[in-house]
Design a protein around this ligand. Structure first.
Ligand code: MG
Length: 458
């Protein structure tokens, strides 16, 4: 069966040439522009949207197609070119745009592309707005304009410069620069290479960049997980580097390799960034329900606390804005610092981690062992909606003694770990995330879930 085009809160994703074509992208542009015009009716005479793309070969075509759609409904378009997702998030606010569009399929394989939407605050639309855009796309009641009111296209090449300036403002360039850190950067031939090399140069690092050509021909599977980063681990060892950084194709996720060439796991990216932030001040952090308890440990030690949200970057970002959080993000290597923008940003993660290393004089492996850690398992199994509901009901009985959070599926907190069960929004699967003090304890919780599943009549 052909895969379905996915339209979710964060936008549209599909396989280019199969279910994601230029004409679909144009109609999606029309739908987004129509939504923005309805939303901002009477507020502004002309609306503008900035648009950028990652390095995928289909990016230029889809960017042109979305641009056409926006112009058709009278929205001006500012073309940012080949830039990162956080770069677009920053420029939406910087340029006072009504929205932003990023043509990217993030960490998904090369045959995919996607259209990610941002509102004027730089974050993805909340569920009700996302639903309106989706409805408009299906109904095709677009607010088309006549020739004299067509949107105009201009270009802006300032994204990297503004992005770097904002990131440098949250760290001490001199302190990091004095260390002349040896860094290996793997940008998977995505959008991150160019801007990140510039940032690292500003921070006085000695950089070996691999896969830094923005060709969209990914040198390895693009998700920055251990199995995909063996060449980075090797390069850190042979170059005798102090740290290795890996970005996903749109550079909102960051994974780290320590000075021994060991992949430390994406959960540590946010933990290390938070360790630095909480060493300077205390306050609230925000993350989703599936992210490691390490963040709670770090916040608690500094007298702060962690707000937990439903999974999804927009939920975390909204909580951060509401509570003015000092740090936040997601366990999948996504760090958000509101001083830069309310969007996950690998450049922010890089800068904060280098600052932590510079100030403490410690290696990454030392910092990781100071944080300590847990055993974490992320798994999923097939479950239709009704089965997923039954599993959640049954789990509530099985784990009746645990502290329960039902913001997004069920998260059960125990003294020695936690378990998060949630049905995926985009596919018929149940995600099972467990974290515990050791593997045996985690396995006990996983086994309990598997038993519950077995007892559900299929
Ligand atoms: Mg991404």
């Amino acid at each position: 069966m052909a895969e379905q085009l996915i339209i979710s809160i964060s936008g549209m994703r599909g396989i280019v040439g199969e279910n994601l074509t230029a004409s679909i992208a144009t109609e999606y542009g029309c739908a987004f522009g129509t939504f923005l015009r309805k939303k901002d009716v009477g507020k502004k005479e002309r609306l503008s949207v900035c648009i950028g793309r990652d390095s995928r070969p289909s990016g230029q075509m889809l960017k042109s197609a979305v641009t056409e759609g926006l112009c058709k409904v009278g929205v001006d378009v500012i073309d940012l070119g080949l830039v990162t997702t956080p770069g677009v998030g920053i420029m939406v606010r910087e340029l006072g745009c009504s929205g932003g569009v990023v043509v990217t399929a993030s960490h998904n394989p090369a045959q995919y592309n996607g259209i990610k939407l941002l509102l004027d605050n730089g974050i993805a639309p909340p569920p009700d707005a996302a639903e309106q855009i989706k409805q408009c796309f299906y109904d095709k009641h677009f607010a088309l304009v006549d020739s004299s009111n067509c949107g105009q296209v201009t270009s802006n090449e300032q994204t990297d410069t503004i992005h770097i300036t904002k990131v440098l403002a949250i760290v001490d360039k001199e302190v990091i620069g004095a260390k002349k850190f040896k860094v290996v950067l793997d940008s998977v031939n995505g959008a991150g290479g160019r801007v990140t090399k510039k940032l690292l140069a500003e921070l006085g690092c000695v950089v070996s960049a691999i896969n830094d050509e923005p060709t969209g021909v990914f040198a390895h599977a693009p998700e920055p997980t251990a199995e995909n980063l063996t060449s980075l681990c090797e390069a850190v060892k042979t170059k005798r580097a102090e740290i290795g950084f890996a970005q996903d194709p749109d550079a909102d996720r960051l994974a780290i390799v320590d000075e021994t060439g060991t992949y430390i796991g994406e959960e540590y990216t946010l933990a290390l960034a938070a360790k630095y932030i909480f060493s300077k001040k205390t306050g609230e952090a925000a993350t989703n329900l599936s992210t490691s308890r390490m963040l709670d440990d770090i916040a608690e030690e500094a007298g702060g606390q962690v707000i937990r949200t439903a999974v999804g970057e927009a939920n975390v970002a909204a909580a951060m804005l509401e509570h003015n959080c000092i740090i936040g993000g997601e366990g999948s290597g996504g760090v958000i610092d509101l001083r830069v923008s309310p969007i996950r940003d690998s450049l922010v993660g890089i800068a904060l981690v280098l600052q932590l290393m510079a100030e403490t004089g410690k290696t990454i492996s030392e910092l990781v062992s100071e944080i300590g850690g847990y055993y974490m398992s992320k798994d999923k199994f097939a479950a239709e909606k009704s089965e997923a509901r039954q599993i959640l009901d049954s789990a509530k009985e099985t784990f009746a003694d645990a502290k329960l959070d039902t913001t997004d599926g069920c998260r059960f907190d125990f003294d020695d770990g936690w378990l998060h069960l949630r049905a995926s929004n985009t596919e018929p699967v149940m995600r099972v995330i467990v974290e515990a003090k050791d593997q045996r304890t985690a396995q006990r919780y996983i086994d309990a879930v598997l038993n519950i599943r077995k007892e559900i009549p299929g």
